[in-house]
Design a protein around this ligand. Structure first.
Ligand SMILES: [Zn+2]
Length: 188
C-alpha cells in the first residue's frame, strides 16, 4: 500500500515517483498532475473517466481503468486492468498535446481498445491447454518481478520467455520481422 505525499490518501491506481529535487515525492496521478502543471505554469483541467467493460475476442470481459497524466511531451491517458495477480492484463496508452481536448483523446483511446480487443492472436489447443500463435502477433513486453525477467503479453495473457519460445516452435524454419512500438502508438 502506498500513500500519496500530497493528499495523504492511499493510492488506488498508478503511483508516480518524482525524483526532481523541487518536486520529489510519491504521488497519485491526480496530485502528480496538479504538482507538475503548477510547476510548469500550465492550466491543467483534470478529467476523470469511469471504468469501462469491454469484451475481447475470446468472450471474456475486461474492466479498464483510466488515468490521465501530464508528461513532458503532453497529456497521456492510460487504460489498464486492475488484476488480483499483477501479471499481465491489457494496457493501452495515448498521447495528446498539452492543449488537446481530453474527451476527444479518451474517445480515440477507447476506439483503439475496442479495435485491439477484436483481434485474436492465440489459438488454444484443447489437448494440453497450451496456446499457438497466429501468423501475425501483436503484444507487449512486460516485466516479471518474481522472475526478474521479461514477460510477454499477448491478448492480455502473460507468457514467460520459455513459454513464448515453445510457442514460436510452431513456426520453426520461418522468418520473422520484429518491430518495437511505443505504448502510446497504435500497433497496426
Ligand atoms: Zn494524491
Amino acid at each position: 500500500m502506498r500513500i500519496c505525499n500530497r493528499c495523504g490518501k492511499e493510492i488506488a491506481g498508478q503511483t508516480v515517483i518524482l525524483s526532481d529535487p523541487v518536486l520529489s515525492g510519491t504521488y497519485c496521478t491526480d496530485c502528480h498532475n496538479r504538482v507538475v502543471s503548477k510547476f510548469l505554469g500550465i492550466d491543467f483541467e483534470h478529467v476523470s473517466f469511469e471504468p469501462v467493460q469491454i469484451k475481447d475476442s475470446y468472450g471474456k470481459k475486461h474492466t479498464f481503468y483510466f488515468e490521465t497524466e501530464l508528461v513532458p511531451t503532453g497529456r497521456s491517458i492510460e487504460a489498464y486492468e486492475r488484476l488480483k495477480v499483477d501479471k499481465g492484463g491489457y494496457k493501452f496508452s495515448i498521447l495528446g498535446d498539452f492543449d488537446c481536448d481530453p474527451r476527444v483523446l479518451y474517445s480515440q483511446l477507447l476506439q483503439r481498445i475496442r479495435k485491439a480487443l477484436k483481434q485474436k492472436h492465440l489459438e488454444k489447443n484443447d489437448w494440453d491447454k497450451s496456446f499457438s500463435l497466429s501468423d501475425i502477433v501483436r503484444g507487449r513486453i512486460g516485466y516479471d518481478h518474481e522472475l526478474d525477467g521479461p514477460l510477454i503479453l499477448i491478448d492480455g495473457k502473460s507468457f514467460s520467455l520459455d513459454d513464448f519460445g515453445r510457442m514460436l516452435m510452431t513456426f520453426e524454419g520461418f522468418q520473422f520481422r520484429l518491430e518495437f512500438i511505443d505504448l502510446t502508438e497504435e500497433v497496426k
